[in-house]
Design a protein around this ligand. Structure first.
Ligand SMILES: Nc1ncnc2c1ncn2[C@@H]1O[C@H](COP(=O)(O)OP(=O)(O)OP(=O)(O)O)[C@@H](O)[C@H]1O
Length: 421
């Protein structure tokens, strides 16, 4: 039997927390059996690695492993996705199609977000679990399949059972063995380790030096509540790796990337609040918006220089703009405003005046209008725009889009429904 450390290495699992190790150990122990396993834990704790371990260490490893995100499939099509359908079963069913349970015969199916399954689908699933039997949608011919099921949930299934949204008998069938993964805030010893790993991965990906945290930043990292768990930590490491010029990260710098930190208060878990990604995104939008605004200012300046060819006129007319672009209290700015004024021979004045709203409005340059338009966009609009763009770019493939956006497929699915896309 493979050891916990070997498995961690093989599956790229970082951390040495006792609860994490116990979860991996349990996965290794149950792998050779056909026992159904329920993986529990908050969103982003790394539940997906457990079914992969179980499948790879089982006698089913040469057969298919299919991971299904139950929360990402619309209710109307989930039965057909899982169990297939007969030709003519519903409008658009132009030919017979096999479902995941048929495809994965001999292998393993991972049902992520199993608590999201509609009740009629739960009945079908129970039947497969009990005797391996299922019916294609629109068919009365019983079929057989031999599939090992590993399910995962980040909702409290007991509450769903009490609310009549999840069948109790199905819960017991699924959770013959329960493997719980701890939230990141309870794995303090692993937090900095994970950050360093992600920072080094992103440094390689973006071909930049690795960011490093000072002591204050490390403390902040350890005391943060991480409601989005490892996924959120990874996103923060990526944002910092991409956006920070100075690779030595101080506490105050890091704080900008941690929404609602409440400084070092102990973790407060809000059951209703699923994640902090909207706040996180807000910060990112702000940084991106500032960068875009600077870029537009520079475009304007360059165009004016090209059009007029007279640097003296341009520098006089755009004094406030030049100051706005270069007068930054950020120590990472490449040039100080004094250097630029020197180059352009503009005398220093005490208080730079940023362009007023009227100035921007009256500006004949289209990119200035762009700035004004951008400023009026709400977070909601920007989120919608990003989701649309990402879906377009990935030709409607939700998995790829969710990956790019740094959210789970289920969250993306909810957003698609929310924005009526
Ligand atoms: N121990 C770990 N070491 C390295 N990366 C990890 C670890 N655990 C999780 N990750 C990474 O964190 C991200 C989230 O993990 P995963 O998708 O498995 O979470 P989850 O619990 O299934 O979340 P959800 O319930 O939202 O689907 C992934 O990018 C995964 O690779």
């Amino acid at each position: 039997m493979e050891g916990v450390q070997t498995v961690k290495q093989r599956f790229g699992i970082i951390g040495d927390d006792a609860k994490l190790n116990r979860a991996i150990e349990k996965a290794i122990q149950v792998a050779p059996t056909d026992i159904s396993v329920l993986v529990t834990g908050e969103s982003g704790v790394g539940k997906e690695s457990i079914p992969r371990i179980i499948h790879s260490l089982s006698h089913r490893k040469h057969k298919k492993y299919i991971a299904v995100n139950c929360g990402a499939i619309p209710e109307g099509t989930i039965d057909s996705e899982l169990f297939g359908h007969e030709k003519g079963a519903f409008t658009g069913a132009t030919q017979t199609r096999s479902g995941y349970f048929e495809e994965a015969d001999g292998g393993t199916i991972f049902l992520d977000e199993v608590g999201e399954l509609p009740l009629p689908t739960q009945v079908r699933l129970l039947r497969v679990l009990e005797n391996g039997e299922f019916l294609k949608v629109g068919s009365s011919n019983t079929q057989k399949t031999d599939v090992r099921i590993v399910a995962a949930t980040n909702v409290r299934l007991f509450e769903a059972i009490q609310d009549g949204k999840f069948r109790e008998d199905l819960y017991y069938r699924l959770s013959t063995v329960d493997i719980g993964l701890p939230p990141l805030r309870d794995r303090k010893g692993d937090i900095h380790l994970l950050f360093r790993k992600f920072a080094s991965d992103f440094a390689m990906k973006y071909k930049m030096p690795t960011v490093r945290l000072d002591d204050e930043a490390i403390q902040l990292l350890l005391n943060y509540r991480w409601s989005g768990n490892i996924r959120q930590l990874r996103n923060v490491a990526e944002q910092i790796s991409v956006l920070e010029q100075n690779r030595a990260i101080t506490g105050p710098k890091l704080r900008n990337y941690l929404p609602d930190t409440g400084s070092r208060l102990p973790a407060i878990i809000d059951k209703e609040k699923k994640s902090d990604f909207s706040n996180e995104r807000e910060i990112l939008y702000k940084v991106l918006f500032d960068m875009k605004s600077d870029l537009n200012d520079l475009k304007k300046l360059t165009l004016e220089l090209m059009k007029s060819g007279n640097t003296a006129d341009v520098r006089e007319e755009n004094e406030s703009l030049i100051k706005k672009i270069y007068d930054d209290d950020n120590e990472d700015t490449y040039e100080s405003v004094e250097d630029v004024m020197d180059v352009l021979q503009i005398p220093e004045k005490s208080t730079p005046t940023p362009p007023t709203a009227v100035e921007i409005k009256d500006d004949p340059y289209h990119f200035a209008e762009e700035i004004e338009e951008e400023e009026t966009l709400s977070l909601h609009d920007k989120e919608l725009e990003l989701i649309k763009k990402s879906l377009e770019r990935h030709k409607g493939k939700r998995k790829a889009a969710a990956e790019e956006l740094g959210i789970s497929e289920r969250t993306l699915y909810r957003k698609i429904k929310q924005f009526d896309l």
